[in-house]
Design a protein around this ligand. Structure first.
Ligand SMILES: O=C([O-])CC(=O)C(=O)O
Ligand SMILES: [Mg+2]
Length: 597
């Protein structure tokens, strides 16, 4: 009934508007109207402002777009319902990804509202694991740029290239050179998918307005032979440039970002190969506002999980035996932050590293190693005979926390997991590698081989597992709990640099949230549906820390930091957002057609 009367009034409005329009006898006015129609339509199709069928009749009148949309007028909730129905109807994850990208290209706010409201369904699509497959197929799926491609051939002109991006006010740049995309290796320029995915979470979780964000691929070639031979490959079809030439390109890029968008622009390095990742963050972190998510974001997420283990097992962290399998950016990042945490508890370095072991492809890292690709690894080297077998090492060293960051799916075997279960009531197993098939073990294996006692978390999501009649929902150990909040806290306070302390603060905020949210559960992280609240908690903690440490450059310093952050955040309610951001005041100069409203 309500629906039909609504339809009737819409009909009346429409016909009276049309009648008025036809009555107009001044040709000049008609001429202006038709011109306006054309210009307005171009404005309307800007995805930032487009409301699609949610434009009200009145808005359609003002904007001269009557007839350009079907006559139904949907509420945003109805639009979301339509989007969800379409999303669910897609048969594959890739199809869902493509559908969502096309939605974003049409109606940005609706897209973000959908992602925010359906984060559990959507995060596995726009982020790991689907984004991994997307990157592998990116050249085939390519239909529009999505971000900025800066190539080695832009050397000397990078500022110009950055200036070509249509938005002027850029506050964060996520850049990858595509050499280590998730655990999938070198995907060259196809890595754009990862920069886009990370920044999508800036908005979906950190609620950072998307117009401030710029995804970038720094295309320096690829050593992926398959891509080099692929006629559809979108990137520079050459071997990667290395050495000084490569470093100079990265340096020009960093400098150009600052020159183009300002010194407080957050530069987020993502999925660079490990030695480069460490080299660049060391080189730039004291002079630029930058983070390496794979090292620092993962570190705070990992340490957050360790703090949860400490809480659940009621055993101090330094008494745990911690074994990192994999010695790349993720593992070493967590190890280093762990040491920082223990030092902050008045422990010396020797005591802090005593129970921390690293294992790489050549076995346990011992003092007899001649060469450390990453010098920071040396502090964890042990005075013991070399050993390659992971099973033997787990048997003899009896780790209570086992962290996998190897990119080698399945290397936590049944024997390894059972051995941990034998020695500990709640063995902690973090299978951090992404995407899903690269996880060191599955949730099912971790829970089944420990009678459900494991404190398990993984980088990519796993479905719930039933063990002994009990349903256990695994949590995700993913830097998505860290970087959106770090970015939020940083962008709201504008420090010139981001210190390591920020990541300690982040780890504690994540652990604190998990404790508060599930005080009685043996889980390491909050559920994904809480990820936006975690980002907010982290954002507030980081902002407070930046202000207290005197590094904030916003003046006056806000008294109410929570309000300050909330004011900054993006809101997706199109109905209320439109008037305040509507950028074309000149349109109000044209008289509004009379209606019966
Ligand atoms: O993107 C993710 O899911 C986590 C991450 O940074 C990586 O695996 O490189
Ligand atoms: Mg990464």
């Amino acid at each position: 009934m309500a629906c039909s009367s609504l339809r009737l009034s819409f009909k009346l409005n429409l016909s009276s508007f049309l009648a008025n329009k036809h009555k107009s006898s001044v040709n000049k006015t008609c001429f202006i109207h038709s011109n306006v129609l054309k210009t307005d339509y171009r404005k309307i199709i800007d995805p930032k402002y487009n409301k699609g069928t949610a434009f009200t009749h009145k808005e359609r009148q003002i904007l001269n777009i009557i007839g350009l949309y079907p006559s139904c007028q949907r509420t945003e909730e109805e639009q979301l319902y339509a989007v969800y129905t379409n999303f669910k109807a897609k048969k594959t994850s890739i199809d869902r990804y493509i559908y969502l990208r096309s939605l974003r290209a049409r109606q940005e706010r609706l897209y973000y509202r959908f992602v925010i409201e359906r984060i559990e369904d959507v995060m596995p699509i726009v982020y790991t694991p689907t984004v991994g497959t997307v990157c592998q197929q990116f050249s085939q799926l390519y239909y529009t740029s999505m971000g900025l491609y800066v190539s080695k051939y832009d050397k000397g002109y990078m500022t110009h290239v950055l200036n070509n991006w249509p938005e002027v006010d850029i506050r964060a740049v996520c850049v990858t050179d595509g050499e280590r995309i998730l655990g999938l290796g070198d995907l060259g320029a196809n890595g754009m998918g990862i920069s886009v995915g990370k920044l999508d979470l800036y908005t979906a979780l950190g609620k950072i307005p998307p117009q401030y964000l710029l995804p970038v691929v720094l295309d320096v070639g690829t050593n992926n032979q398959q891509l080099l031979c692929d006629p559809m490959y979108i990137g520079v079809r050459e071997e990667r440039c290395r050495g000084q030439e490569y470093d100079d390109l990265v340096h020009e890029f960093v400098e150009s970002v600052v020159k183009t968008f300002g010194v407080q622009t957050l530069i987020h390095f993502e999925d660079f190969a490990t030695p480069n990742a460490f080299r660049f963050i060391k080189k730039y972190k004291n002079d630029y506002c930058c983070i390496n998510d794979d090292i620092q974001g993962t570190a705070s997420c990992g340490l957050g999980g360790f703090l949860a283990v400490e809480h659940i097992t009621r055993k101090p962290l330094n008494e745990h035996i911690i074994m990192f399998v994999g010695a790349g950016s993720a593992a070493l990042g967590i190890g280093k932050l762990l040491v920082k945490e223990l030092i902050s508890r008045k422990m010396n370095v020797e005591d802090a590293v005593r129970n921390v072991y690293f294992i790489d492809v050549d076995g346990i890292i011992t003092k007899s190693r001649q060469k450390f690709v990453i010098p920071d690894l040396k502090q964890f080297a042990k005075d013991m005979p070399p050993e390659k077998s992971l099973e033997k090492l787990v048997d003899t060293l009896k780790p209570s926390i086992l962290v996998g960051a190897t990119g080698q799916g399945g290397i936590f075997t049944e024997n390894i997991i059972r051995s941990m279960a034998k020695n500990h009531k709640h063995p902690a197993i973090l299978a951090c590698s992404n995407p899903t098939h690269k996880a060191e073990c599955t949730a099912e294996q971790a829970y089944n081989f420990t009678e459900g006692r494991a404190l398990f978390a993984s980088g990519s999501p796993f479905p719930p597992v039933v063990v002994g009649g009990k349903r256990i929902t695994p949590t995700q150990a993913n830097n998505a709990f860290a970087f959106p909040g770090v970015a939020l806290g940083t962008l709201c306070t504008k420090p010139h640099t981001i210190t390591d302390d920020v990541f300690l603060v982040t780890a504690h905020a994540i652990a604190e949230y998990a404790r508060e949210f599930q005080p009685n559960d043996n889980v390491l992280y909050p559920p994904v549906k809480e990820a936006a609240n975690v980002a907010f908690r982290v954002g507030v903690a980081v902002a407070k820390h930046v202000i207290q440490s005197g590094a904030a450059t916003i003046y006056p310093i806000p008294k109410d930091i929570v309000k300050h952050i909330k004011d900054y955040q993006y809101f997706t309610d199109v109905g209320t957002a439109l008037p305040s951001v509507w950028p074309y005041p000149e349109m109000t100069r044209f008289p509004m057609p009379k209606t019966n409203e």
